[in-house]
Design a protein around this ligand. Structure first.
Ligand SMILES: Cc1cc2nc3c(=O)[nH]c(=O)nc-3n(C[C@H](O)[C@H](O)[C@H](O)COP(=O)(O)OP(=O)(O)OC[C@H]3O[C@@H](n4cnc5c(N)ncnc54)[C@H](O)[C@@H]3O)c2cc1C
Length: 523
């Protein structure tokens, strides 16, 4: 079969690229190794019938605010995409039995902060105001290829409107550690901790350079715009993208892996599939496959320059993650306050010291003694995901080692994830029980996904790395996935890469797939 473009991998970035290319009139086929599309955005009844769990991503705020969604919104909504807005966005639990959270009502959030520190409440309001100024420029940069004329224009416009002081402050923000940025603005440790917990969603414990930006953007974006989750599950975006793709004449081939690249001369001209088929591409082969895999086993090292193949081999994963999905009779009875039941995310990251320790332990191959937890309560916002009166609880354990060398608590002796995952999940639930007594008794069924299970379901999640590559400064911006190749081109003409391993990185913003498909000179 011959197409204008073949997209390798039906993650949301691959699908975004396919939808946009199809909307330009290209004939497009998407090849997906698994039986269903979605990659790290999948919803499934993995505990009991009627309980729909977001297996991986749950928070769709990045998608809701993305240029891709803005461009294709009418088609996607007509195809059934539905987002549910969240006002009670995220909260954090502390060791003293209290909590602090962000609601889209600024006065409400500021009042809660003021009870801890009136100065911090004023600083929060000031930061929200600064975000209003920063947002168009920072999101403009995140939505531009890196580097590009568009990115340069965004920086120039910011300089023209706001001066070199703003540029210097923003550069410093990008380089800062979470702790340095937050402690310079807020006095109370609870406020600092609440924001710093967002760094752990990526691979930024409190003292890692480059980690301040995400806590700043997430905290302020949640305050200013709220959060969004999918009606019925995060896969609402995937189902809609697939439907739009097909309506535009595109094709989705599932259940077979891409195993090889076909070249004509030096140009990529197609792919070989595990089932023996050969697909040819007149104009472009667009890969949503993790570049370490693409250039490790699908494209031979001799097909690319040595610097490139070495760079891909050295592309560093982030730490692993683990998911625990619960079907329950009730939402957690949070000891710190009943209002916590209405929040989309409850972070169990009670102080910066434990975030630092958990990250260092995981990096050393140890199961963290006290894990950092993101507890998602989707049925508090969208009850359609479970039978009447029942709930699904989404627990992300940040962070765990890909390969276990030991247990920081000294209790777990095994080192293979298949033996360890249930017993480590018990530790997680024991820890949660101290914050939400009775939770364990309300569990009807559970499904634990270890880092190994994540990789088994999605080859892009190497070692359970939910980021498809560390986002530390040496692998971000111009360096993602490798300096000189941050604009989705590869050394092979006709072969392009998008996905979370490329700029602007992980998350459900569909950024790389959309930017790649828009490039006039590229694909
Ligand atoms: C546990 C977890 C929780 C997360 N939570 C959030 C969240 O709440 N909010 C958020 O914004 N982000 C979240 N993320 C991050 C976000 O989900 C990902 O960054 C994003 O979905 C990656 O999309 P992608 O299109 O780049 O790749 P992927 O979704 O990884 O898709 C890649 C696809 O390529 C396929 N593939 C790989 N190799 C081959 C091959 N050889 N042949 C054919 N197909 C192949 C895979 O099967 C997969 O379907 C989370 C991620 C994880 C893992």
């Amino acid at each position: 079969m011959e197409y204008d473009a073949i997209v390798l991998g039906a993650g949301h970035n691959g699908l975004a690229a396919a939808v946009h290319l199809a909307s330009k009139g290209w004939s497009v086929a998407v090849v997906e190794a698994r039986d269903i599309a979605g990659g790290a955005v999948k919803t499934a009844e993995v505990t009991l019938p009627g309980f729909r769990h977001d297996l991986y991503a749950m928070n769709l705020s990045m998608f809701a605010g993305s240029p891709f969604f803005a461009r294709h919104k009418d088609d996607l909504v007509a195809a059934g995409l539905e987002l549910v807005p969240v006002a009670n966005c995220f909260a954090n639990l502390f060791r003293d039995g209290t909590w602090l959270g962000v609601n889209t009502d600024l006065d409400r959030t500021a009042q809660a902060i003021s009870a801890l520190s009136p100065d911090d409440a004023a600083a929060w309001r000031a930061l929200v105001a600064r975000f209003g100024v920063d947002a168009p420029h920072i999101f403009g940069l995140l939505g531009s290829p890196m580097p590009s004329v568009a990115a340069a224009k965004t920086v120039w416009k910011a300089w023209w409107q706001l001066g070199s002081g703003w540029l210097a402050d923003t550069a410093r923000l990008i380089l800062s550690t979470p702790r340095a940025f937050l402690s310079a603005r807020f006095k109370h440790p609870h406020v600092q901790t609440m924001m710093a917990a967002w760094g752990m969603h990526l691979d930024f414990p409190p003292d890692t350079a480059g980690g301040a930006l995400f806590p700043y953007l997430e905290s302020m974006a949640n305050q200013s715009f709220g959060m969004a989750i999918g009606r019925g599950g995060a896969d609402t975006i995937i189902r809609a993208m697939v439907a739009v793709l097909k309506a535009k004449g595109g094709e989705l081939i599932t259940g077979t892996s891409v195993t090889g690249l076909e070249m004509v001369g030096k140009r990529a001209k197609g792919v070989r599939l595990a089932d023996g088929r050969l697909l040819t591409a007149r104009r472009a082969v667009v890969s949503n496959i993790h570049p370490t895999r693409l250039f490790g086993s699908i494209v031979g090292p001799r097909q690319v320059p040595q610097r490139f193949s070495e760079g891909m081999a050295r592309f560093r994963p982030g730490p692993g993650t683990m998911m625990i999905h619960l079907a329950t009779d009730a939402l957690p009875e949070w000891a710190a306050g009943a209002e916590l039941k209405s929040f989309a995310y409850v972070h169990v990251a009670p102080d910066m010291a434990m975030m630092t320790a958990a990250f260092a332990e995981a990096a050393a191959g140890l199961l963290p003694r006290e894990p950092v937890l993101v507890v998602g309560q989707p049925t508090a916002i969208d009850p359609s995901r479970a039978p009447d009166g029942k709930h699904v609880i989404w627990i992300q354990v940040r962070v765990v080692p890909a390969e276990i060398r030991g247990d920081a608590a000294g209790h777990i002796g095994e080192t293979d994830w298949d033996s360890v995952k249930e017993v480590y999940a018990d530790r997680v639930l024991d820890s949660l029980e101290t914050y939400a007594p009775g939770l364990k008794g309300s569990v009807i069924a559970r499904r634990v996904l270890s880092p190994l299970d994540l990789e088994r379901d999605n080859p892009n999640l190497i070692g359970g790395d939910n980021l498809a590559g560390s986002h530390h400064l040496d692998q971000n911006f111009l360096f993602r996935p490798l300096a000189g190749y941050s604009r989705y081109k590869t050394p092979i003409p006709g072969l392009y890469v998008c996905g979370a391993s490329t700029w602007p990185g992980a998350g459900t913003g569909a950024g790389s797939g959309f930017m790649l498909a828009k490039m006039p000179a590229g694909v």
